[in-house]
Design a protein around this ligand. Structure first.
Ligand code: FES
Ligand SMILES: [Fe+2]
Length: 381
């Protein structure tokens, strides 16, 4: 975000504060509860969203050196990420081409070759089949090229390894980001490292979790014991970039910005700047670090949440810095747990009969915009 935009957004929020108004969309909107419950709809979300949209899966520091590998689930698929001797990142289905065994069981490590635990077909970290025991006898006409690991689209951009399940080609991340690319570049995540990660599986639809991050209406109530005292009540604004979103949730310190020269205004010091990279990655930009929230949909009513604290790689040496980051990670986890517990509570009551629809007020318009992007990707049933 350029500085002029930071100033414009800060002024917008200061004006709303002066008018004692929230940022208002035109109308109250609703979503049917079946959007969050229906298994058939989830199947379409998996196919038309999670498998069709490139998504950041790893931070580059998680696949740091040539020879490193990481195993992850992505869009419901078992995936092996590798970095080859030239430093190029790859994504493959973690499935042996012989009789389909899982190829790699470890979560991560450093290896140039992967030998299948069933009959030892062996692949290199560029996916090529390089070893088949008793090949001449058993598989006299084996076309090794045709039996290399199934490749997924993979690209390294803005400090992240992005995967794409819809093809083998490298996805065009800038095109996919639809105007959000300069903001992501400016985060300079490439100079960061993942210091802490927490993984949880929550019994909640992934959309309820995304929705929980893009409004400030709940702060004063749901986060009263944690972050609420630092924030203005129900004061936020947002912009859309294609299906992606930048939300600005203002802190109380923003109210004194007028005393400071505009040239020194830095939005991330006085607001929670939240990027929602469609469909389900959230980057919560704090004054000196980034909390990365990956919401990996497992089923209509369960989601794996991965919370990573990204910190400048130059600031992981001193005990004081390390203590500072772990304190911040704890605050993020504690606060988000408040959101996740509310999300699970919503999910548990969805088909109770209390509601046929969930209702979004005019200051919760971002939720309707997000759901419209989901609908646009799903197309007709
Ligand atoms: S299934 Fe992998 S070597 Fe047989
Ligand atoms: Fe929250």
């Amino acid at each position: 975000m350029d500085h002029a935009t930071e100033v414009e957004l800060a002024k917008e929020l200061l004006a709303l504060k002066a008018e004692k108004s929230a940022y208002l969309d035109d109308v109250v909107s609703t979503r049917p509860i079946t959007d969050y419950l229906d298994a058939e709809r989830f199947r379409r979300e998996q196919e038309r969203i999670f498998r069709a949209v490139p998504q950041p899966i790893l931070h580059a520091s998680e696949l740091h050196e040539p020879g490193s590998f990481v195993v992850r689930e992505f869009a419901g698929l078992p995936v092996l990420f590798t970095r080859d001797a030239d430093g190029v990142a790859h994504a493959f289905l973690n499935v042996c081409r012989h009789r389909g065994s899982r190829l790699v069981a470890e979560a991560s490590g450093c290896k140039r070759r992967f030998s299948c635990p069933y009959h030892a077909w062996t692949y290199n970290n560029q996916g090529a089949l390089v070893g088949v025991p008793h090949e001449k006898q058993g598989f006299p006409d084996l076309d090794r090229d045709a039996m290399s690991l199934r490749r997924l689209g993979c690209a390294e951009r803005y400090g992240f390894i992005w995967a794409w399940a819809d093809g083998e080609a490298s996805p065009d991340i800038d095109a996919s980001l639809a105007g959000l690319a300069p903001d992501l570049a400016q985060l300079d995540a490439v100079s960061h490292t993942v210091l802490h990660t927490e993984v949880q599986v929550r019994q909640v639809n992934w959309k309820l979790l995304v929705e929980g991050g893009i409004e400030a209406y709940h702060f004063r109530v749901a986060h009263r014991d944690t972050i609420a005292p630092y924030f203005n009540d129900n004061l936020s604004t947002y912009r859309s970039f294609g299906p992606h979103m930048r939300s600005i949730l203002s802190k109380r310190t923003m109210n004194n910005l007028g005393e400071m020269p505009e040239a020194e205004w830095r939005l991330r010091d006085h607001a929670q700047v939240l990027y929602t990279v469609f469909p389900s990655n959230s980057f919560l930009v704090q004054a000196d670090h980034i909390a990365w929230i990956q919401q990996e949909a497992i089923s209509a009513d369960s989601t794996r949440v991965r919370l990573s604290t990204l910190v400048p790689a130059a600031r992981v040496e001193s005990d004081a810095d390390l203590a500072h980051w772990s304190r911040n990670h704890e605050i993020t986890v504690t606060t988000l747990n408040e959101d996740f517990e509310i999300g699970e509570g919503i999910q548990a009551g969805l088909d109770s009969g209390a509601n046929t629809h969930l209702t979004f007020g005019r200051f919760e318009g971002a939720l309707d915009v997000f759901n419209a992007a989901v609908d646009a990707h799903l197309g007709p049933a």
